[in-house]
Design a binder for this molecule. Structure first.
Ligand SMILES: C[S@@+](CC[C@H](N)C(=O)[O-])C[C@H]1O[C@@H](n2cnc3c(N)ncnc32)[C@H](O)[C@@H]1O
Length: 218
C-alpha cells in the first residue's frame, strides 16, 4: 500500500505542471500574479508544490521566502526551480519539508502567508488556518487562492459525491471545503474576496475564492 501511495504521489508530482499548463497560461497565471504580487517582507508559502507561484513574487519586496512542502517529489521539483531561478530569488528562498498544520517558525514572526490550491488537500484545514494566524504578525496577511464548496445546493451535493474520487486521484483534494468560514473560525478577517470559475462544464465544481485575510491588530 505504501509503495502504491509513493508511486501515486510521484506520478502526481511529475504530471502536475503539464496537467495545469493550459490553465496556467489562459486563466490561473493572471490570478496568481494578482494574489502573489502583494507579498512582501517575511513570507511563508504553505504547500508550495512544484513552485507555480515562484515567478509571480515581487522579489525586490521580499526579505525571506520560506516555501514549505511535505511531499518529497513536489519538493524536488520546487528545489530545481529555485536552483534555476535568478540570483535574488535564489538568495531569499528556501524549500523546506513541512506541513501547513505545523509551521516551524515562531509566533507573530511572518508578514504574509501564501496559500494557493492547498487547503483543499491538507489533513486538518482548521489547524492550518490557526497555524497561519499563529505565525502572522498582528496586521499580517494570508494571501489565498483556493477552490471551495459551491454556494449552490445542487452543485454542493455533487461536490460531496465526487470528493472521495477526487481525493483518491488528486493528492487528497476535497471539492467541498468551506475555506472562508474556516478562516473566520480561526480569527482571520477577510478583505475583499473575489470569486471566479474556470471556463467549461467542470468549473462549477471548483469555484475559486481569492484575496487576503488579515490577522487583527489586537
Ligand atoms: C494542488 S497542489 C498545489 C500546489 C501549489 N500550491 C500550487 O498552487 O500549484 C496541493 C499541494 O498541497 C500539498 N499538501 C498536502 N497536504 C499538505 C499539508 N498538510 N500541508 C502543506 N501542504 C500540503 C501537496 O503536497 C501539494 O503540493
Amino acid at each position: 500500500m505504501k509503495a502504491f501511495a509513493r508511486l501515486r504521489d510521484k506520478v502526481f508530482a511529475a504530471a502536475y505542471d503539464r496537467m495545469n499548463a493550459a490553465a496556467e497560461r489562459t486563466v490561473m497565471g493572471q490570478h496568481r500574479a494578482k494574489v502573489i504580487g502583494a507579498a512582501r517582507g517575511v513570507v511563508v508559502e504553505i504547500g508550495a508544490g512544484t513552485g507555480a507561484n515562484l515567478s509571480h513574487y515581487d522579489v525586490a519586496r521580499i526579505d525571506r521566502l520560506v516555501l514549505t512542502e511535505p511531499d518529497p517529489y513536489m519538493r524536488q521539483r520546487l528545489q530545481r526551480k529555485i536552483d534555476d531561478a535568478g540570483p535574488r530569488l535564489h538568495e531569499i528562498a528556501a524549500a523546506v519539508d513541512g506541513s501547513a498544520e505545523h509551521i516551524d517558525l515562531p509566533d507573530a514572526s511572518v508578514d504574509v502567508v501564501v496559500s494557493t490550491l492547498v487547503l483543499c488537500s491538507v489533513d486538518d484545514v482548521a489547524a492550518s488556518a490557526a497555524e497561519a494566524r499563529r505565525v502572522l504578525k498582528p496586521g499580517g496577511q494570508l494571501l489565498f487562492m483556493e477552490h471551495v464548496c459551491s454556494n449552490q445546493t445542487s452543485i454542493r451535493r455533487w461536490q460531496d459525491r465526487l470528493t472521495p474520487i477526487q481525493r483518491a486521484v488528486a493528492g487528497g483534494c476535497h471539492l467541498n471545503r468551506d475555506t472562508l468560514a474556516t478562516f473566520r473560525g480561526a480569527g482571520l478577517e477577510t478583505d475583499g474576496v473575489q470569486r471566479w470559475e474556470f471556463p467549461g462544464p467542470f468549473g462549477r465544481l471548483m469555484p475559486i475564492v481569492e484575496g487576503a485575510a488579515h490577522k487583527p491588530n489586537i
